[in-house]
Design a protein around this ligand. Structure first.
Ligand code: AMP
Ligand code: MG
Length: 330
């Protein structure tokens, strides 16, 4: 059975990457039903478990190191599985270290600012993973497919003429480069759904009473603009997959595979950052030993001076692991 671990994950995610500078035609270049040859459900379940475990481990180190931040950008057509991906992929991660934000139709206040303003307000801090459920890329997707959105943005005449999309690509690339240069890595995931699978998922929303709330007649109408969206996504991928912040196209027709793919790409980014627990300085160590001696001296009559140390010694057979992971001390 295949394994996902720090040594082989780069190879697993490689087919998803949009090579910087390449010209993408979605329908030709990426298969929404790809599943990396995984045929056995048990293998899929196990790979997702391993991906989630890697994420949890590295996220803890990211938070402890407090030097780098990670921004995960999720873009997709309706019903591709953005919400489910967040729910499953982040299920093992400490909620204190993750911040999710969903971007909707911009407010009047947001429209009164430059187009990147509202996204800049929601960036993760160092040590955090920030997730954008929709993102600044809507500014070259829905705004492009529905140009009336651009009219609402109150831009001066010279800023909305011909060339506006090329200019936005450049501005987004520059903004992302600035973030990366300052310690914020960006993981951009496009969840790639086929038209037929979207049809089936919309029908599911109609047919299952507890999914009716997800159904939106306007989503179904957006489907009529499928080709326009495919083109806008292809252009976005071609123009904004950069060396510093590449796009990853994750096959989305099988939800279980989508989750493995997304977990693997995010984990791979954390592995590259390789965050480490901070080392204590000689001075901190000296203080630590001083306090330890004081605490040991406080032991009540008959009690071991350091009961935890005793446990550690007893579990030396497994390198102290059983003592370290003992719930009592977590
Ligand atoms: P949902 O994600 O289903 O809650 O829907 C959010 C809606 O907000 C979608 O219809 C998006 O197209 C829309 N939206 C998100 N960002 C923008 C934007 N920058 N300009 C216009 N509409 C947007
Ligand atoms: Mg929606």
């Amino acid at each position: 059975m295949r394994q996902l671990h720090a040594e082989n994950i780069a190879k697993f995610v490689e087919p998803f990457q949009v090579k910087p500078g390449s010209h993408v035609v979605l329908g030709r270049d990426f298969d929404p039903a790809y599943k990396a040859g995984i045929t056995n459900k048990k293998e899929g379940v196990e790979l997702l478990r391993q991906g989630i475990e890697l994420l949890a481990d590295y996220q803890e180190r990211l938070a402890a190191q407090d030097t780098y931040g990670v921004l995960v950008v999720l873009q997709a057509l309706d019903a591709a599985g953005k919400d489910g991906t967040i729910r499953h992929v982040m299920s093992g991660v400490n909620p204190q270290g993750v911040r999710v934000h969903s971007f909707k139709v911009p407010s009047a206040e947001e429209l009164d600012h430059d187009f990147l303003w509202r996204y800049a307000q929601r960036l993760p801090a160092r040590g955090e993973i920030g997730i954008f459920n929709r993102s600044h890329y809507e500014e070259v997707l829905v705004v492009r497919v529905h140009p009336e959105n651009l009219d609402r943005q109150k831009l001066p005449k010279e800023a909305k003429g011909k060339g506006v999309w090329q200019r936005r690509y450049r501005e987004i690339n520059d903004w992302e480069r600035y973030l990366v240069d300052n310690g914020f890595r960006i993981v951009k995931l496009f969840l790639n759904l086929s038209k037929e699978e979207q049809r089936i998922r919309f029908l599911r929303r109609c047919d299952l009473p507890d999914h009716n709330w997800k159904f939106s007649a306007s989503d179904a109408r957006e489907r009529e603009r499928w080709d326009k969206y495919q083109l806008a996504f292809s252009e976005m991928l071609s123009n904004t997959s950069t060396e510093w912040a590449p796009w990853w196209v994750i096959p989305a027709d099988r939800k279980w595979f989508l989750r493995i793919g997304a977990a693997a790409v995010i984990a791979q980014t954390l592995i590259e950052i390789n965050p480490r627990y901070p080392k204590v300085s000689d001075e901190q160590r000296r203080q630590l030993l001083e306090v330890k001696a004081e605490l040991e001296a406080e032991a009540p009559k008959g009690a071991a001076p350091d009961p935890f140390q005793e446990k550690l010694m007893k579990s030396s057979a497994d390198g102290g692991e059983s003592a370290r992971s003992d719930e009592e001390y977590e």
